[in-house]
Each structure stands twice: as structure tokens, then as C-alpha cells.
Ligand binder design. Structure first.
Ligand SMILES: N[C@@H](CCC(=O)N[C@@H](CS)C(=O)NCC(=O)O)C(=O)O
Length: 212
């Protein structure tokens, strides 16, 4: 299998963590999101993912799966252990709720194409764009997630689940943009437990073959 990937993509980072937790090996194909105006927009890549976004998982028969949560769902089906969705139905719903809050409500507002649109056609300054980014990560974003998780070691229970897989890349983005999240103590605890695990550490952007 091939993972069409970009080291800094938090959606791809989610899939890398899931692959590592499951012990599923893939070939990583870098899609540079900035060079040449963004290689995700090339006709060759859009033939694989019509949305022009990473990640995409290309199966050995050429089938291409897109959308990080759908890809993780596929991995959960083909490699059920260790499970990423808790067996307990309430914890499963809570884990999915955190994942969806991040993947559907926080991340899309700060995606590269949104930031480029604010800065380009809408002519916002870099300072305004940075403020937009900070606002949507923090207020109603990670601040709310802090109240949604149990967060003693992992978001829920004693093993990483889909919630942690989505949370850690989003925390990476917050740190990259120097957003003050020191008051989010449960998220900090989860971050320190997850990043100590080899599966999370190996998925970190700095450890990817295309890291800059
Ligand atoms: N909902 C999608 C989001 C994918 C996504 O937005 N990927 C970003 C990188 S994190 C991207 O490819 N951005 C390119 C762009 O905005 O042009 C998923 O979960 O896979």
C-alpha cells in the first residue's frame, strides 16, 4: 500500500499514527503542499483524490481511499487489533465525538486552502490570518476538547483510541503556531503519554522522509 502523505499534514499524521499502532507498513509518497503552487492540485494527484487533499491511501490493486477518518475506519476493519475504537459503546461514541470535533469542526477552518483564500483573494494580513488560526484552534476548539476528554493517560481509558489519534496532530499544529494551551492540563497529560509511545513518535512530522 502507498500513503500519499505530507510531513506537516495533520490529517496524514492521524493516518500515520493509526498505521503504526496497527503495525501496517506502507510506502510513503510525498505530495508537497506548497512547492509548484501545491502538488495536491496537479491533475495526476487529483486523479487519485479529486478533493486535492492529503492523505490518500492507495491499495495494492490501485483503489484509492481518501479522508483520514475513512482510511482509519478501513484499517480498523482489515487489522482489528489493537482496536482504535473502544469496545464500550459509550466510550466509542465519546472517542468518535472528539475525533469529529477535531476533524470536522476545528481542522477544516485552518486548512491551507482556507488560509490561502483569506490571505489571497480576501486580502487579510498575515497578522489577521494568524489570529484566525489561533481563534479556531483555541476558543471552542481545544478548549472544548479539554472538557470532553477524561484525560488521565489517554483521552479515554488506558489505551490510545481514535480521539488521541486526532488530538495529537492538532496539538502539534497549536504548538507550531505558538498558541498558548498551557491551561489545558488534561490535553497536556494525554500528549505526554501518547508521544512517549513509539507509534506516535514515529508518526511525528519531523520523523518523516520528506521532513524539511
Ligand atoms: N477531512 C480531510 C482533510 C484533509 C486535508 O485537509 N488535508 C490537508 C493537509 S492537513 C491538505 O491536503 N491541504 C491542502 C490544501 O489545503 O490545499 C481528511 O481528514 O483527510
Amino acid at each position: 500500500m502507498k500513503l500519499h502523505d505530507y510531513f506537516r499534514s495533520s490529517a496524514a499524521y492521524r493516518v500515520r499514527i493509526a498505521l503504526n499502532l496497527k503495525g501496517v507498513k506502507v510506502e510513503q509518497i510525498a505530495v508537497h503542499l506548497v512547492k509548484d503552487g501545491g502538488r495536491q492540485h496537479s491533475p495526476e494527484y487529483k486523479a487519485k483524490n479529486p478533493q486535492g487533499l492529503v492523505p490518500a491511501l492507495e491499495l495494492d490493486d490501485g483503489t484509492v481511499l481518501i479522508q483520514s477518518l475513512a482510511i482509519i475506519d478501513y484499517l480498523e476493519t482489515i487489522a482489528p487489533e489493537p482496536r482504535l475504537i473502544p469496545a464500550d459503546p459509550v466510550l466509542a461514541a465519546k472517542s468518535r465525538a472528539v475525533a469529529l470535533a477535531i476533524a470536522c469542526d476545528i481542522h477544516p477552518l485552518n486548512n491551507l486552502r482556507v488560509l490561502n483564500y483569506l490571505k489571497g483573494p480576501l486580502k487579510h494580513t498575515q497578522q489577521e490570518v494568524d489570529e484566525w488560526y489561533r481563534h479556531w484552534i483555541r476558543d471552542g476548539g481545544l478548549d472544548a476538547v479539554e472538557r470532553m476528554i477524561d484525560g488521565e493517560r489517554f483521552c479515554f481509558g488506558d489505551r490510545p483510541s481514535l480521539a488521541d489519534i486526532c488530538l495529537i496532530p492538532q496539538v502539534f499544529n497549536a504548538r507550531r503556531y505558538k498558541i498558548d494551551i498551557t491551561h489545558l492540563s488534561k490535553i497536556a497529560a494525554v500528549e505526554s503519554h501518547c508521544t512517549a509511545l513509539a507509534a506516535f513518535a514515529a508518526a511525528h512530522p519531523a520523523r518523516q522522509p520528506d521532513a524539511e
